[in-house]
Every structure is written in C-alpha cells, then in structure tokens.
Design a protein around this ligand. Structure first.
Ligand code: F6P
Length: 342
C-alpha cells in the first residue's frame, strides 16, 4: 500500500506531528508514505517524494509543515482533476490523506466523489469545522493570542491607552473570543455579532468614569460594525477558493475610537505570528492521534471520512457532514463581555 499525505491551505502548528505519526503508523503496517509537496500544487505538478521514518523523526514539535502548503485549488486549474488522477496513478498512490481546512477538505471531498481514495484530517487555527470539537492548531493559536493580549495589558495600563488587537479567524470568532477571554480583553468583537462603534466608545467612557483608565479590545478580522455591509479587507482580490484577504478593522477602530473618546489609542495586528512556531502540547498530542487514526482509516478502507475530535475521542465522520461550518454559538457570546467592568 502506498499512501500520499498532503497539507493544504494556511499552515498551523501541529502539522508535522500528523506527518510524523502518519509515516510511523504506516511503517507499522508495512505501507509506504509519499509526501505531496506544496498542497494541491504538488498533486497537479507531480511534486511528490517518498517520506521515510528518518525523514520525519522528531519533527512533531516543529511548527509549519515539512512538505509545504499552498492555496491552490485543483478544480480551478486547467485539467486539474485529470492531472491529479494521472499523478496519483504515476506514483502508484492507493490512498491520499489530506490535511486541511474547509477549502482543502472541500476539494478533497470532490476528489473522493471522483473516485480518489481520500481520508480527511482537520487543521485550521480558525476552528470553524463543525464535526470536530477542535481543529489542529487552534489551541496553539489561542495560547499565542492570550499571551500577546496579556502583554498588552502592562503597556496599555502604563500609558492609559486603548489598545486594539486584531485577530485572525476569517468569518468565525473562535480565536478572538477564546484568545481574548484567556488574555483578559475588556471588549471582544466577533463576526457573529456586528457591533456599534458608539456603544464600544460608551463602554470605554464608562470604564474611565469608574477609574479604569485603559481598555483592551480584541477584534476579529471578520468583525463588522453594524452599519457596514461588507468586510474590511486588505485586498478584494479573491484566492482560488473565492476568499478576499480580511484585515484592517483594528486600524479603522483606532481612528474612530481616538476621535470619539479623545483617548490615546493604538492598534496591533497579530497576523501570521498566530500561525507560526511550535505547537503546544495539546496540538502535538492531537496531531499524533490524528495521524495514527488517519492511517487506520486507510487500512480499514474507510475513504470519504474525516478524523474528528469528539470529547476525548477521535472518531470518523463522513466528509460531507464534516465540512459544515462552525460559528460561535449564541450562548457563548455573553463571554465577549466577561471582563467589561474589570
Ligand atoms: O484560515 C487560516 C487563516 O490564518 C485565516 O485566519 C486568515 O484569514 C487567513 O488564513 C490568512 O491567509 P494567508 O496566510 O493566505 O494570508
């Protein structure tokens, strides 16, 4: 048995833990593993190389992905599907483990529907896939965001400023809510709940009246003021999966808040720092478990399934169900104001 393993979409901490586990589990069964380089680009161009246990030994705690990644969509490339099928056959790959977020796994599901033996593994710091309690990389990103916000408290307090922290997550507020909460942000703005800038300013003023002379705001890149229809973007240009580049909301807020409250205001964009570096212990262990489970799914011939975390167990969920989006639920939204008066 020859298994291809591929990482697609934005990288995240923990991917190498999956890769190490895939290769080591496969070796146990006498299977060979081939790394597909740069996501779907490698599958289209035939950039595929054998991965030995020596190649992957001890990479579980290193950030990024040793096989590279891209946002290439095989269904948006000329003859993409045909070339993917040709390369799978040329390299004799019997199965493909695709590690990705909703875009990469969505394309993987289409490949499955076209007869490719696919197993999916969820990774994205955005945590926006419904069938899994967490996606790989999310917990590490929350940790990074929390630490960054915690650090901002001391400088914000010293200068009696408003500090706005822009957090990734695309259209989901998980990173902002949980990172913001863990970092003690006073105001948390998520895409799931459009906000009124005047109201945000009133909270800052009320805090001021109570002697709380600094305020930390965590804002999701996909959060929107209620009077604005479209997302704030860095670029309207769409990638091969149809996404614009979100970003800029913190700068917009910085200007508005400074003008309306008279408070010194600064904004910080955490950006790709949230995706870089080593995975925390949770994502190392999670990645290893996911990799082992994915190879077992291949062994059982359970294609078209995704490895998902349910409570403490990894279970197989049909890809068509697993690809549903997950947003911050109504009952969690009250956490956005947990530290409002502190
Ligand atoms: O999907 C993961 C993510 O980090 C989003 O939170 C963010 O909007 C996007 O990727 C950034 O993409 P890129 O790495 O292409 O700039």
């Amino acid at each position: 048995m020859k298994i291809g393993v591929m990482t697609g979409g934005g990288d995240c901490p923990g991917l190498n833990a999956i890769i190490e586990a895939v290769v080591k589990r496969a070796e146990k069964y006498g299977y060979e593993v081939f790394g597909v380089l740069r996501g779907y680009a490698g599958l289209i161009n035939g950039e595929i190389k054998k991965l030995s246990v020596e190649d992957v030994h001890g990479i579980f705690n290193i950030g990024g992905t040793i096989i590279g990644t891209s946002r290439v969509n095989p269904f948006k490339r000329e003859d993409g599907l045909q070339r993917v099928k040709e390369n799978l056959s040329n390299f004799g790959l019997d199965a493909l483990i695709v590690i990705g977020g909703d875009d990469t796994l969505g394309a993987a599901y289409k490949l499955f529907q076209q007869g490719v033996s696919v197993v999916g593994v969820p990774k994205t710091i955005d945590n926006d896939l419904s069938a899994t309690d967490y996606s790989l990389g999310y917990m590490t990103a929350v940790e990074i965001i929390a630490e960054a916000i915690e650090r901002l408290h001391t400088t914000a307090r010293s200068h009696e400023r408003v500090m706005i922290v822009e957090v990734m997550g695309r259209y989901a507020g998980w990173l902002t809510l949980m990172g913001g909460l863990a970092g003690g942000a006073h105001i948390i703005l998520v895409p799931e709940k459009p906000f009124d800038i005047e109201e945000v300013c009133n909270i800052i003023k009320q805090r001021e009246e109570k002697g709380k002379r600094y305020t930390i705001i965590a804002v999701a890149e996909g959060a929107k003021p209620s009077n604005i229809e479209s997302f704030i973007t860095i670029s309207k240009e769409r990638d091969e999966f149809g996404h614009v580049r979100l970003g800029g909301i913190a700068k917009v807020l910085e200007k508005e808040i400074a003008q309306r409250t008279g408070k010194e205001t600064r904004s910080v964009v955490l950006g790709h720092i949230q995706r870089g570096g080593a995975p925390i212990a949770f994502d190392r262990i999670f990645g290893i478990k996911l990799g082992i489970f994915a190879v077992d799914l291949v062994k059982e011939g359970k294609f078209g399934y995704m490895a998902c975390l349910k409570s403490t167990e990894i279970v197989a969920v049909k890809m068509e169900e697993a690809l549903q989006q997950k947003r911050v639920s109504e009952n969690l939204l009250e956490l956005t104001s947990f530290f409002r008066d502190t």
